[in-house]
Design a protein around this ligand. Structure first.
Ligand SMILES: Nc1nc2c(ncn2[C@@H]2O[C@H](COP(=O)(O)OP(=O)(O)OP(=O)(O)O)[C@@H](O)[C@H]2O)c(=O)[nH]1
Ligand SMILES: [Mg+2]
Length: 209
């Protein structure tokens, strides 16, 4: 087909040049962002990704009433049904691929594939609804995926001392807990850096034993 002769401009195909990996990238790591319904997973991937994130948001409808726990989420109008995907370069050599999971239990059957090859995970929690993260943490522990916990600061969310949170979530002492506001790129990046440092410390400990 001769595009020059068609009336409409040709549609660009293939990856956009600004999305290309830096030539210096030597290692790519898969990280999953998990947590209960509406804790801010899609927001985190969107704020930190250097490529336009892929999202699978669907509008929340009346059909979810009574099923979706929307307490404290008055402004939330959409929900992830498959996954979020983004990318961030930590430095010139290390690139993270971010996979955000759906928070709603009815989409959890998709999780199996999402954990394949993941080096680590971020568990996002909302202190108003800590219980929505219990199952998620259990699943990561079952699969042996190392994780850090990031407490997303929503207004009016109660703040608890870290030790109390650790107890409530039944976390071992070495699992990092950090506060964040995932709407802020720098804050989301800090969360990922905490995970990277934690993975590095685990690798060092395991290498030493
Ligand atoms: N105030 C405040 N609002 C936030 C923050 N993070 C996310 N939100 C808002 O909270 C809502 C939930 O965010 P999402 O990113 O869709 O949450 P999610 O975990 O991806 O939700 P599901 O995919 O449906 O499980 C959105 O309306 C966000 O704008 C935060 O740090 N502070
Ligand atoms: Mg989402």
């Amino acid at each position: 087909m001769d595009f020059r002769s068609s009336e409409q401009a040709p549609v660009a195909v293939g990856p956009r040049s600004e999305d290309a990996l830096p030539q210096t990238a030597a290692a790519a790591v898969k990280v999953v962002i998990v947590g209960g319904f509406g804790v801010g997973k899609t927001t985190l991937v969107g704020s930190v990704s250097e490529i336009r994130p892929l999202t699978t948001e669907e509008t929340m409808t009346q059909a979810g009433a009574g099923v979706d726990d929307t307490r404290g989420l008055a402004g939330k109008t959409s929900t992830t049904v498959a996954m979020d995907f983004g990318r961030i370069s930590i430095n010139e050599e290390l690139v993270l691929y971010l996979f955000g999971t759906p928070g709603q239990e009815r989409f959890w059957f998709l999780w199996r594939g999402l954990f394949e090859g993941a080096l680590g995970a971020v568990v996002l929690v909302d202190t108003r609804r800590l219980e929505v993260s219990f199952d998620v943490i259990g699943r990561l522990e079952e699969r042996g995926v190392p994780f850090v916990v990031a407490v997303n600061s929503f207004p009016q969310a109660p703040s608890y001392p870290v030790q109390e949170l650790r107890g409530a979530l039944d976390l071992p002492d070495d699992v990092p807990i950090v506060l964040c506001d995932v709407r802020q790129r720098a804050s989301s990046r800090d969360v990922l850096m905490t995970l990277m440092r934690y993975l590095q410390s685990l690798a060092t400990t395991q290498g030493a034993s």
